[in-house]
Design a protein around this ligand. Structure first.
Ligand SMILES: Nc1ncnc2c1ncn2[C@@H]1O[C@H](COP(=O)(O)OP(=O)(O)O)[C@@H](O)[C@H]1O
Ligand SMILES: Nc1nc2c(ncn2[C@H]2C[C@H](O)[C@@H](COP(=O)(O)O)O2)c(=O)[nH]1
Length: 245
């Protein structure tokens, strides 16, 4: 499978108007779009969703906002110490479900991953002393068992490196009800954890090569960035990825 990118590209099966037959593929590429809250991940997914042969999986936020009538996301933002473990347990389950869904196209592009749920959000709850150590340990045991026993394939992480200030402005404009009480400080903390994980390499192991895309630019400029990085993103095995301006 090591030359699957060459086979894929030679068959132009991921070309924008290309076609493909399942028989041409012996393995698949899975890409996770990572970034802060309101950093532009969904917009990035929507751009690539127009490309043939890409399956896009947005974060299952709707499940977190309505689990049989319970809004776990809202509960967490209202009282993080009480509800963080409840939300994170369900986030971990729903992200695992996404990672293990049968593939329906040569390339899968997911919003975030089970890794960022643990390494970014759970870590932030714990380090900000809003999650009791016992809750953190239970979630950590579950997480370690999952990544030790379940095959989770990630071939590339695309990190949308957006400043907390830009995220805050976009979050306010988006007007998601549960997030109206989110302070800039929360986004600063999430940003620093992403930087420590994917840039400084001082947090936890990184499960795949990382392509960093600075994402503070306006929408039109970002769409041009995605066009410019199309090859790097959709053929990860073509060589080491580098930071893209
Ligand atoms: N480059 C950009 N410049 C300005 N606003 C943006 C940009 N990208 C996305 N937005 C807007 O910011 C909000 C968050 O974007 P979204 O793509 O949903 O981010 P995420 O999925 O990371 O939360 C949305 O209202 C979106 O329309
Ligand atoms: N506490 C957690 N919150 C999470 C997690 N994953 C996402 N989220 C929140 C952050 C946002 O309010 C919303 C998703 O919005 P995006 O702007 O990031 O698409 O859900 C998590 O693991 N824990």
């Amino acid at each position: 499978c090591s030359d699957s990118a060459a086979r894929i590209s030679s068959h132009s099966c991921v070309a924008k108007e290309g076609t493909w037959s399942e028989a041409q593929f012996c393995c698949w590429f899975q890409i996770c779009i990572e970034g802060n809250i309101a950093s532009g991940k969904t917009t990035c997914l929507e751009y690539f969703a127009k490309t043939n042969n890409i399956e896009v999986l947005p974060e299952p936020v709707s499940k977190w906002r309505n689990l049989r009538g319970h809004n776990l996301l809202g509960l967490m933002y209202e009282d993080v110490s009480r509800w963080a473990i409840t939300l994170q347990s369900y986030v971990q389950l729903t992200m695992l479900e996404q990672h293990t869904l049968p593939l329906t196209a040569p390339i899968r592009m997911m919003e975030r991953s089970i890794y960022s749920a643990k390494y970014i959000f759970v870590e932030n709850h714990y380090r900000s002393c809003r999650m009791p150590a016992v809750d953190y340990e239970v979630l950590s045991q579950w997480f370690q068992w999952i990544i030790s026993n379940v095959k989770i394939q990630i071939d590339l992480i695309v990190y949308l490196q957006t400043s907390p200030e830009a995220c805050y402005k976009r979050l306010r404009n988006r007007c998601r009800e549960e997030e109206q009480i989110v302070p800039l400080e929360y986004l600063v903390a999430i940003h620093q954890l992403y930087e420590d994980w994917l840039i400084n390499h001082t947090l936890f192991t990184i499960p795949a090569p990382v392509l960093v895309i600075p994402a503070d630019h306006d929408l039109q400029k970002m769409l041009k960035r995605y066009e410019k990085n199309w090859e790097r993103i959709l053929s990860p095995s073509r060589g080491p990825v580098t930071c893209s301006q």
